[in-house]
Write a protein that binds this ligand. Sequence first.
Ligand SMILES: Cc1cn([C@H]2C[C@H](O)[C@@H](COP(=O)(O)OP(=O)(O)OP(=O)(O)O)O2)c(=O)[nH]c1=O
Length: 189
Amino acid sequence: MKDSRLILASASPRRSDLLREAGVSFRIEPAQVEEHEDPVGDPVFIVRHNAELKASEVAGRFPGQSVLGSDTVVALGDRVLGKPKDEDEAFAMLRSLAGQEHQVHTGVCLIGAEGQREVFSVSTRVKFRELSDEDIRAYIRDVPVMDKAGSYALQDQGSRIVESVSGSRSNVIGLPLEEVLEALRRLEV
Ligand SMILES: Cc1cn([C@H]2C[C@H](O)[C@@H](COP(=O)(O)OP(=O)(O)OP(=O)(O)O)O2)c(=O)[nH]c1=O
């Protein structure tokens, strides 16, 4: 991919690792926004809305440059799980995910240098293993989960808790790479 003035509007080290590994050149300007949170809202609306908020805020500060923003949540039935507020909430999230199938939704907003805008989302189905309380406590002890939607990290000892993944793995970690690369090509970034 050609060198570009792409800005990744994210403080997430996972997103920058994924994009770097895909060979995209970019720089980082974390978005300074208040994310919309709604534990019973429509998860696809929420992630697209937050991705747009993040990309728009950064694009406003750097006119004429391309900006990529994104947002990830876990949806279990009617509930939307963001990042846990504390360890008790992390435990409760993992308890409710154990043995169940859930969806991980990531919204992406790409704003081109001329202001063109693409917003989309990708969903991945994840099935958790049956977990004892001790399994969950040990996982929380060993893996940093507080900055992760749903209180888990597929990329960090994920096989301890995840039985199977249907769809994009990078989408679970925070950026649906294949779709992002296509969008970058479409906008000629
Ligand atoms: C489910 C899951 C989430 N996550 C992470 C990806 C995201 O960083 C985080 C969800 O929070 P987000 O609010 O989407 O992102 P962020 O606050 O980390 O970064 P920014 O808003 O600046 O872009 O959860 C994993 O790393 N692994 C996983 O398996």
